[in-house]
Ligand binder design. Structure first.
Ligand code: ZN
Length: 883
């Protein structure tokens, strides 16, 4: 059933307090819920409809009296109380659930013998009957009873107010959360866990107890997570003035988890891969992800929990904003430019394809069948870009004023994206024109820019033309409000000072109290418009969309020479990288077309020289260099083609990489030699940047055919003293089929078979491989003892990894598609959320040639004809097919 934003209705009843009791058992778990209900309008009379999914009703009482059978209706999804008393009343429900059989990993389930919960978005209804919607905010208590030896630790939200022993080897704990919350933030954990304990003193002097819970043997691996948590708490105080609001903050790591992590009030639950790290077992990428996600979930305490969403269409209100906050946090902890590059790459590689495919939806979707399908890169990452644009338009201080007003107005409320917009606008008295379209129009806007210089008038003109492509359900679009940050470079590479601009014939001064201004933000709001810069002494090279000031595809009339100039001189580091990427994209597309016409491929030597000068520029940040010498991904190039050609794109990217390896061999060797270190592993920016440059160079060198470099790469593997270096060497070696590859892969498994997180890396590396015929290996790995279809991380590594392989997933004979089709149908019976994420790999099927299209279509049809298909998979598969 499809649900629409326009159908939102306020609830007829609110809940004031909720007292839950859990009797956790091996065969069954009994849930007792006592709710104080009151009507929204005093004296009104409506039925009270509760959601319930897979819950067995045992008894139901209203105002202490058992409800008669004719007073309620029970169907497979609802419990409806037909005529509740007028005014307030108490509702008491007892029900039974079986967490031990719950493989969907939503609601209450077991992971490695421990009980845990995941309620967002609509998992609470799998625990008990409830109005399971975020605008129902109530105060909760939670009493947990369980066997003491099996479940020594009992956790829920808020403060522990009572605990003790019970007969029969049982014990209990009573938790009370003083803050009102929606049901999706409820959490419970029970099991054998140990904690790393620490504390944080808030800026107002309160001491917060911090605990990170894992199985005892993993405790040494929680040091970085604890460091990240304390850094996040400090950062939120420093940057947003936001302080933690309870005396206890718990983080629990579980190995079976559908997503990354969950911000349950004071009891965050994490996928263990985003908590556990040691230098030997986790890479720099893992360390960075842990920092970002620990930050993300902590930041939700204000942006999500204290102020939450009115309904699930508003998801980006909390997710876009919180992603923006975690991006800023990571920027401040590392390198801003490099973090921006990574975030924009992610947007381009994952969000752009979604925004131009059958699942394209606005940052605030208009409808959904299953909300879990809308925890997307559009809601999260494009949503974060929308928040970032407010900051670009208002500046840091203006943005902060907007945030302050948002909390002042809405603390304790469930609100909408317009409420956030209004706070930003009102706090700054700002004119945001048609900015709200960012929430309602899907599709990546395309902006074309042409420039001209008039030497007589000393004016420089930029003409912009924007177009928002049609997306499913939205054929015609309005022009958007696009902030374009820019500077103009003179011939020596310096930013020209900007004095004034004619826009629509109106002269605007941009100098600021006679201080020279070197960059500005243009506000595009129309389909076509023109800006004329005055007093420009020479033809400048414009540096446009600095820092990627809007989530658009921009096409300029800059020549290759201009782009090489920007690559060498732009003061905006993001745009330096961008210039290199634009050049690389052009080059790759040209070579793809040459390849398709069977022409001999030749690499432009200017491009090689451009990269050489970046590679050898010691004034540059090393992680920046690593990014700048990395070519755009194959997906990004396929995305720009009329008909995506995986074989040609892969051949071309490999060709360029080999050419670069040959041409820049000496520089790459130097980068490896000069960036080795025998010092103990430390995760900080200079160190990880050093490793990134060394390992990027190593991956190039591994493509060469001589024995000397092959030996070098092998030695890097053997001598590595941390996972970053070891895995990078393994990846480098695994690029080439052969005996060495097989031996080293086996060696790596033998070494790490007891560490499931490392084994997942090993699975993913093999699954993604572009080695011809690798599907057989992937099929074998399905039966490997290290694999388990019930564990999401393993599925994401092996199946998700395989879908990321350009060559093998998109094999012409359809074998890759058929494999995925079969796995999805098996997986759907176990875990619909995970199956649905996997089936998304088909959603771009129309981008390929007819032959591949037919194979993919057959699989989608097969999936849709399966019996008992979940709504999750149905929504993705049917929308993909319909487009
Ligand atoms: Zn989030």
């Amino acid at each position: 059933k499809e649900i629409f934003l326009k159908d939102y209705k306020m609830p007829d009843y609110y809940f004031d307090t909720v007292d839950l009791k859990f009797l956790l058992g091996e065969e069954k778990t009994i849930v007792n819920s006592k709710i104080m209900v009151f009507p929204r309008v005093e004296g009104s009379k409506f039925p009270l409809v509760l959601n319930g999914d897979d819950v067995k009703l045992i008894s139901i009482k209203v105002n202490n009296e058992d409800l008669k059978e004719e007073d309620y209706v029970l169907d497979s999804r609802h419990l409806t109380i037909l005529s509740p008393p007028t005014g307030s009343f108490t509702l008491e429900i007892v029900n039974e659930i079986c967490p031990q059989n719950n493989t969907s990993l939503e609601g209450l389930y077991k992971s490695s013998g421990n009980f845990c919960t995941q309620c967002e978005a609509e998992g609470f209804r799998k625990i008990t009957f409830y109005q399971d919607r975020p605008d129902i905010m109530a105060k909760y208590t939670c009493r947990i009873e369980a066997d003491k030896s099996l479940y020594p630790v009992l956790l829920s939200n808020g403060n522990l107010i009572e605990q003790g022993d019970l007969e029969g080897g049982k014990h209990y704990a009573l938790w009370e959360d003083p803050f009102k919350k929606p049901s999706y933030l409820f959490a419970l954990v029970a099991g054998k866990l140990a904690s790393r304990d620490d504390s944080f003193i808030t800026r107002s002097g309160r001491k917060i107890s911090l605990k990170i819970w894992t199985p005892a043997e993993d405790l040494p691996k929680t040091e970085h997570a604890m460091y990240s948590l304390k850094a996040a708490m400090k950062w939120d105080e420093d940057v947003f003035g936001l302080e933690y609001d309870l005396d206890l903050f718990n983080v629990v790591a579980v190995p079976d988890f559908n997503m990354g992590a969950m911000e349950n009030k004071s009891l965050n639950i994490f996928n263990s891969k985003l908590v556990l790290a040691s230098p030997e077992t986790a890479s720099d990428g893992d360390y960075a992800a842990i920092l970002g996600v620990i930050g993300h979930e902590y930041f939700h305490n204000w942006t999500g929990n204290r102020v939450t969403c009115r309904d699930w269409f508003q998801l980006s209100l909390k997710e876009g904003l919180t992603v923006f906050r975690d991006q800023e946090f990571s920027s401040d902890m590392g390198s801003r430019a490099v973090k921006r590059i990574a975030d924009v790459s992610r947007l381009r590689n994952y969000q752009f394809p979604q925004d131009s495919g059958p699942m394209a939806h606005p940052v605030r979707p208009h409808s959904y069948i299953k909300m879990d399908n809308f925890y997307t890169v559009t809601v999260y990452e494009k949503g974060a870009e929308v928040v970032r644009m407010y900051k670009t338009l208002l500046g840091s201080q203006g943005f902060r004023k907007g945030m302050d007003l948002y909390f002042k107005r809405h603390d304790g409320q469930a609100v909408t994206c317009e409420d956030f917009y209004a706070a930003m606008r009102d706090a700054n008295d700002a004119d945001f024109a048609n900015f709200l379209l960012w929430y309602s129009q899907a599709g990546t806007p395309q902006v074309k820019v042409t420039s001209s210089y008039n030497s007589d008038g000393r004016t420089f003109t930029l003409k912009f033309r924007q177009e928002v492509p049609p997306t499913p359900g939205q054929a015609v679009k309005e022009p958007m409000f696009i902030p374009v940050a820019l500077g103009l470079l003179d011939s020596s590479g310096n930013n020209l000072s900007l004095s004034s601009i004619y826009h629509d014939g109106v002269l605007q001064s941009i100098s600021d109290n006679d201080q020279p201004v070197y960059s500005t933000v243009l506000r595009l709001t129309k389909k076509e418009e023109e800006f004329v810069f005055t007093n420009i002494p020479e033809r400048p090279v414009p540096s446009l969309l600095r820092g990627y000031s809007a989530p658009v595809r921009m096409e300029t009339d800059l020549s290759d020479d201009d782009l090489f100039f920007l690559l060498a001189y732009d003061s905006d580091e993001f745009n330096r990288w961008e210039a290199g990427q634009v050049l690389a994209r052009k080059l790759m597309l040209q070579l793809v077309s040459d390849h398709q016409q069977n022409k001999t491929l030749v690499l432009n030597s200017k491009f090689v020289e451009g990269l050489r000068s970046i590679l050898t520029d010691s004034s540059l940040d090393k992680e920046f260099i690593a990014k700048a010498i990395t070519l755009p991904g194959e997906g990004e190039i396929m995305d720009m083609m009329e008909v995506a050609d995986p074989d040609a794109v892969h051949a071309v990217r490999t060709f360029i990489r080999k050419q670069l390896a040959n041409a820049l061999k000496a520089e790459f060797l130097a980068a490896v030699e000069n960036n080795r270190s025998s010092a103990a592993y430390v995760f900080n920016h200079p160190e990880l940047a050093r490793r990134a440059l060394k390992n990027t160079a190593l991956a190039y060198l591994a493509l060469l055919e001589d024995a000397e470099t092959a030996n070098l790469v092998l030695n890097e593997y053997k001598n590595a003293s941390n996972m970053t270096d070891q895995f990078a060497a393994l990846v480098a070696i695994a690029q080439k089929p052969g005996e060495t590859r097989d031996t080293i892969l086996a060696d790596f498994y033998a070494k790490w078979q007891h560490d499931y997180l490392v084994v997942n890396k090993w699975l993913a590396l093999q699954a993604m491989s572009d080695i011809p015929g690798n599907i057989e290996n992937v099929k074998n790995l399905l039966n490997h003892k290290a694999f388990d279809l019930r564990n999401p991380n393993k599925v994401y590594s092996l199946i998700g990894g395989f879908c990321g392989s350009t060559i093998n997933f998109h094999a012409k004979d359809g074998s890759g598609y058929e494999f995925l089709g079969e796995v999805v149908m098996q997986l759907d019976k176990i875990n619909p959320q995970v199956a649905s994420r996997m089936v998304s790999a088909f959603s771009r099927w129309k981008r390929y040639d007819e032959h591949r299209q037919n194979h993919a279509k057959a699989q989608l049809e097969k999936i849709l004809s399966a019996n008992g298909l979940s709504e999750n998979v149905f929504e993705i598969a049917s929308k993909s097919l319909a487009a």
